[in-house]
Design a protein around this ligand. Structure first.
Ligand code: HEC
Ligand code: HEC
Length: 342
């Protein structure tokens, strides 16, 4: 019995020690873009009308003669609008329309071409086995957000839980068959537009409150054109990632050398040009905010799948500033229509 107690203490000690270890980085709030809670309704005020429901006019975007209402764009009538069907292979039903009640159409958030937005993920051009692994990690509680208020990650988890293995395979093969092409423009700057969070994405403030502010130790990713992104969900209208002056160069040093043991050189697993290697995903030219969330989620242990273990020593010592520099550099790396491997 005594020996058993000693054993329990010995086993429990390192566990207790791990619990109190602090993450090296503070939560990069810029990468999560969580809006403050709305103020309580004023008594007697008229009910707030959702503009997306009230507006029934037909919308247009450059490059196509197709027109859709906001209800169609948002997928409230059948599958979400597909502005450019010639852009991508025929979508499997689960991608185009989803499956009631829990599986929303992937094309709504990730767009039919899988390019996605900073608040979700660029889901195309990834190795098929990697995507299957991620959907299973979401299903099995091994991939959550370190920010529990990140509502769309919780929806992503619900979606993965509602999918059959066959639907997971079909969507992974579909998304993996589409090339990853340039989508985010990295710009070094000292000042950024003042932004507000709109459902997990930053958009510049217009009218009262508009202006500029110092970037600080942040990446601020905004749509190239707020209307084409927010209202039209235009899959040809990409994003700008504003990053601090000098961050790309500092990030390059960490990524290429590992920074004297601070991290591990990324190319050894993600490929020399960071475009992916075997089942390891490409990271070049992808959203800096998305990647920073993932690195922080891994550091906090909320993203903790079987394959994530390889990333544990990579992220363990990264500070908030490292997250900015590394993701600025990686997002700025060129992509030239890279295809995924299986
Ligand atoms: C409501 C919006 C929404 C819908 C609909 C949605 N996703 Fe997601 N998805 C997300 C979000 C948000 C994330 C990123 C989570 C994070 O950053 O914490 C994500 C991440 C992913 C990832 C991880 C990508 C990576 O690089 O690791 C995959 C794969 C994915 N989604 C596949 C799908 C598939 C397949 C469907 C349809 C069956 C789908 N998603 C539908 C919001 C959505
Ligand atoms: C030892 C191999 C290894 C090294 C070194 C490595 N990675 Fe990874 N990385 C992986 C694997 C494997 C995954 C998939 C993790 C999972 O399934 O959760 C991954 C995932 C990621 C992701 C998430 C991708 C996505 O689409 O969600 C990012 C971002 C990332 N790595 C960045 C980096 C950076 C930046 C470096 C260098 C500082 C680096 N990695 C070094 C193996 C590695």
């Amino acid at each position: 019995m005594r020996r058993f107690v000693v054993l329990v203490v010995l086993v429990a000690l390192p566990l207790a020690a791990t619990v109190v270890v602090r993450a090296a980085a503070d939560i990069p709030a810029w990468a999560y873009a969580i809006a403050p809670p709305p103020p309580p309704p004023v008594p007697g005020a008229p009910p707030v009308v959702n503009p997306a429901v009230a507006d029934t006019s037909l919308k247009s975007i450059p490059g196509t003669t197709k027109q859709f209402t906001r209800a169609q764009i948002g997928g409230r009538e059948g599958g979400p609008a597909d502005w450019f069907p010639e852009d991508h292979p025929v979508m499997p039903d689960i991608v185009a329309r989803g499956k009631a009640p829990d599986v929303r159409a992937c094309s709504l958030c990730h767009y039919p071409n899988g390019k996605g937005r900073p608040e979700n993920a660029g889901a195309s051009g990834l190795p098929v086995s990697y995507t299957i692994q991620q959907l299973n990690d979401f299903r099995n509680g091994l991939r959550k957000s370190a920010e529990p208020r990140k509502a769309n990650t919780n929806i992503m988890i619900q979606i993965a839980k509602g999918m059959t293995p066959e639907e997971i395979r079909q969507s992974a093969e579909y998304l993996g068959s589409i090339k990853w092409t340039p989508w985010i423009r990295v710009v070094e700057t000292n000042t950024v537009p003042k932004v507000r969070s709109n459902g997990g994405i930053w958009v510049p403030i217009e009218g009262a409150g508009a202006g500029k502010e110092p970037i600080g130790v942040r990446v601020i990713e905004i749509p190239e054109n707020a209307e084409r992104t927010e209202i039209m969900r235009d899959p040809h209208s990409g994003f700008i990632a504003y990053v601090p002056v000098g961050s790309v160069k500092k990030g390059e040093a960490l990524v290429k050398t590992g920074g004297n043991g601070k991290t591990i050189e990324c190319g050894s697993c993600h490929g020399p040009d960071l475009l992916g290697l075997g089942p390891v995903p490409g990271i070049a030219g992808r959203s800096a905010s998305y990647m920073a969330r993932q690195l922080y989620d891994m550091q906090m242990g909320t993203r903790n799948g079987e394959w994530t273990q390889l990333m544990k020593p990579v992220v363990a010592k990264l500070t908030s500033e490292d997250l900015v520099n590394i993701t600025a550099y990686v997002a700025s790396r060129p992509v030239s229509g890279t295809t995924a491997t299986k």
